[in-house]
Design a protein around this ligand. Structure first.
Ligand code: CP
Length: 351
């Protein structure tokens, strides 16, 4: 691993606006966090808070017998289970199609798989795919709302929303409950460090696009092989700090990322050197960030990006993140069906 520069924090230069998505965007889809205004995010948080506290029997009548397909081309524990439980808790019938036990194994395309699911009555599709941008393709061909459950190295918007909910529960309970509208100042003065394999992380990308909109400073920390300099140009309010301990000192929130060993081929990363510089252990945490909360999207690799003592310690809120996935995904599914029903209503009225 090349020697990282000591501290390369620098202001974000103005960059041109991101190109518009290549296909029309269904209002009920959740493909990129960029498509969500602060008003919409406030609404999602408000509905999440409401739905999780609603009587379970009343809640199952909300979308009873509606149909959602979960289409997963990559393995998942947290996202798949919480989307499925969220849909079921709203009364929705779900079906899971995985690349390992379906006609995808025989070569069926994403387009044909999506059209098949739609022909079977799916009204929305929750997609995890190894290719960045796949949800746009699926949305284009099916004209259904698509909820992105993680696409390649692009985005994981529902993860960023549940991360936000977890942070707000520790920083501003009123905002977490949706009682107060989010603004560009809600996270003013809050520094969130995202540490490790930024290059391959769709979670990092969604958080980098979301948190600065609320006024947070995002500090990226990691070696150049996993965190190229150009990452600081991806969004305003994002800086690089190669020295992990300096980043920790500034942090109210420390988000550790998994080292994606399946994506390290061809990269010159020495894992022992990585651990020496970037592993979050009890000593570092106590010395440099004793008040911070520690997040991790999972799956965690104990003994690599963080130690077991940190993962099981009082500052870690990793299982709270998992828990918060359920209400956030209920709210996103409800949003998809609200949009479908309002579109159907408008089409009916215009006939
Ligand atoms: N956070 C996350 O995406 O975890 P899974 O891969 O288990 O869904």
């Amino acid at each position: 691993m090349a020697t990282p520069a000591s501290s390369t924090a620098r202001p974000h230069p103005r960059t041109p606006a991101a190109p518009k998505p290549p296909f029309p965007h269904h209002a009920g889809s959740a493909i990129s966090i960029e498509h969500f205004s602060l008003t919409e995010i406030s609404h999602v948080l408000k509905r999440a808070e409401f739905l999780i506290h609603e009587d379970a029997l009343v809640r199952t009548k909300r979308l009873a017998k509606r149909r959602v397909a979960l289409l997963f081309y990559e393995s998942s524990t947290r996202t798949r289970t919480s989307f499925e439980l969220a849909a079921k808790s709203l009364g929705i019938d779900t079906t899971l199609v995985s690349n390992l036990s379906s006609s995808i194994e025989k070569g069926e395309s994403l387009k044909d798989t999506g059209l098949t699911l739609r022909a079977l009555g799916a009204e929305a599709i929750i997609l995890r795919h190894n290719c960045s941008g796949a949800p746009y393709v699926l949305e284009h061909f099916t004209n259904l709302p698509v909820l992105n459950a993680g696409d390649g190295q692009h985005e994981h918007p529902s993860q960023a929303l549940l991360d936000l909910l977890t942070m707000l529960r520790h920083i501003s309970a009123k905002h977490a409950k949706g009682e107060t509208e989010l603004t560009a100042e809600t996270l003013k003065g809050v520094t969130v460090s995202i540490v490790g394999d930024i290059l391959h992380s769709r979670v990092a990308r969604s958080n980098m696009l979301l948190l600065p909109k609320l006024g947070a400073e995002v500090v990226l920390s990691g070696p150049p092989e996993l965190l190229p300099d150009v990452a600081a140009e991806s969004a305003p309010g994002v800086v690089i700090e190669r020295d992990f301990e300096t980043a920790l000192k500034r942090s109210r929130v420390v988000m550790m990322l998994r080292i994606q060993s399946e994506r390290l081929a061809g990269l010159n990363v020495d894992l022992e050197e990585y651990k020496a510089k970037y592993q979050l252990d009890e000593t570092r945490l106590a010395r440099f960030a004793p008040e911070a909360i520690v997040l991790h999207p999972g799956p965690i690799i104990r003994g690599l990006e963080l130690t077991a003592a940190v993962a099981d310690g009082p500052q870690a809120k990793i299982l709270e993140q998992v828990h918060n996935g359920l209400p956030i995904r209920m709210a996103l599914i409800e949003r998809a069906f609200d949009s479908l029903d309002s579109r159907a209503g408008q089409e009916g009225a215009s006939r």
